[in-house]
Design a protein around this ligand. Sequence first.
Ligand code: ME8
Length: 533
Amino acid sequence: MPQARTPVSITTPIYYVNDRPHIGHAYTTTLCDVWARAQRLDGRDVFFLTGTDEHGAKVEKSARERGITPQALADENSEEFRKVMALFGLSNDDFIRTTEARHESQVKLFVQRLLVSGDIYLGEFEGWYDEGQEEYVTDTRAKELDYKSPISGKPLVRAKEHNYYFKLSAYASKLEAFFDAHPEFVRPLGRFNEVRGRLREGLQDVPVTRTNFSWGIGMPGAPEHVIYVWIDALFNYATALGLAEPSGAVARARGKYWPPEYHVIGKEILWFHAVVWPAMLMALEIPMPKCVYAHSFWISNGQKMSKSLGNFIDLPTIEAYFAKYGLDAWRWYMTTQGPIGTQDADFSPKHFHEIYTAQLVNTFANCASRTSSMIEKYFAGAMPDAETASMPISAAVGASTWSAFTEATAADVQKRYANFELAEAADAALSVIRAVDLLINETQPFKLAKDPANLPQVARILGVCAEGVRIAAVLLLPIMPTKCSEVLAAYGSPMESEMATGGVAEAARWGRLAAGTRISKCAPFMRVDAPAV
Ligand code: ME8
């Protein structure tokens, strides 16, 4: 039976339009895409949100340097991000821009509500300011950082402002209690501990407006104050669902997607997402997101990627990988080798090539290809007619029968996808292919087939292999939608769209591949030359 279509949602950060899209943006969005696809295939009603962050002093400055308006710069670069989504086959359900009227009007409503409740007030503030990040840091933190920005390395400056503030300090104990009750609120655990530790140091109120630039949303009732870009940006998660107008059409259609299962972000913006945003939600009496997942960074040849070092894996570089290895190989590498935990991951062309060759060419493609070739050769390309469900499996796999093994694996893979353990989900799915390879190596059907008397046994072995390849392709669809659809088509099996109604459990059920089904030769990944370096 398909699962109930429980509404779930996931978000990426909204990306700054003063930057060109690069591997970091592609990475976070791809992870969310894998999760979203897996949930859709599991019969869930999914809302996957991404977009662009378009206000602030940096955009204003870049536009001035280019002699264009900030809106023109935002339009141009936001379009670039949108194109990237299409290029990467990303299945986002909406793309929100902070310069859109639907966002601006709701931000004003939210801020108005916070003014009325007294959570936002007019005050004066002096503190240590990180100009590059457009962010104040506490005195304790400034000292720890040796008064330098942890991102740019530039000195922090002492700044004084007459501004509107959000009473973050009033939420310190509530936040601590919330964290203690929800140890899964921030993941991975190392990041949870980091934030929990910093919460003990106490909280300062945060400015929600600025007067030193004008490219932003005006403060209701005080338009000389512009809403600080971070406050403006965080609200995107709520404005996309229309939450500021609970009885409006958007909220009626999309309100069911709140709270999100995951806000997926990079580690550098964790504080805003795990502390400032939750406190604002508490003040607005909006339920908390279920988890803020902060991954680490891609680095390049052991060094932080930066504009000054010129070592960013930028769009043209990524496109060269697509041309050589294909989009799905790129998605595989992002999902299985990326910095999803607390460690940064080094992007190296050599490692990319090794993973591609070992896991996709030699394992996935080779298995799909040799199984289909043998079926072609010995059974004229038709799924053999043989009982396979009770076929014993190699002791090395650790299950009783093939059907028991794949059923348990499919359940495990789905659970891991849902739990954002994406690399583990990929590995568990690939374990079906490894088990098929083991069966081929242990039984050597190509040798058995030399004696016609062995054909019933060969039929049983290849029947198992074909079913195994098909199930692995079903389980890997969220990561490699194109290649897995190709394999499924070659194995005469349902496509992604058909599966969405039946759910993965049904699609991955052993024995769906009926005897006589046409199986054509396929080789989803081809060997390519190693990189020069
Ligand atoms: O911070 N490795 O936008 P942004 C992995 N507009 N991921 C990386 C990365 C790297 N080297 N570099 C960037 C902003 N990212 C704000 C967010 S949200 C309300 C506002 C990814 O364009 C990662 O997800 O600087 C990081 O958090 C995001 O890009 C920052 O994108």
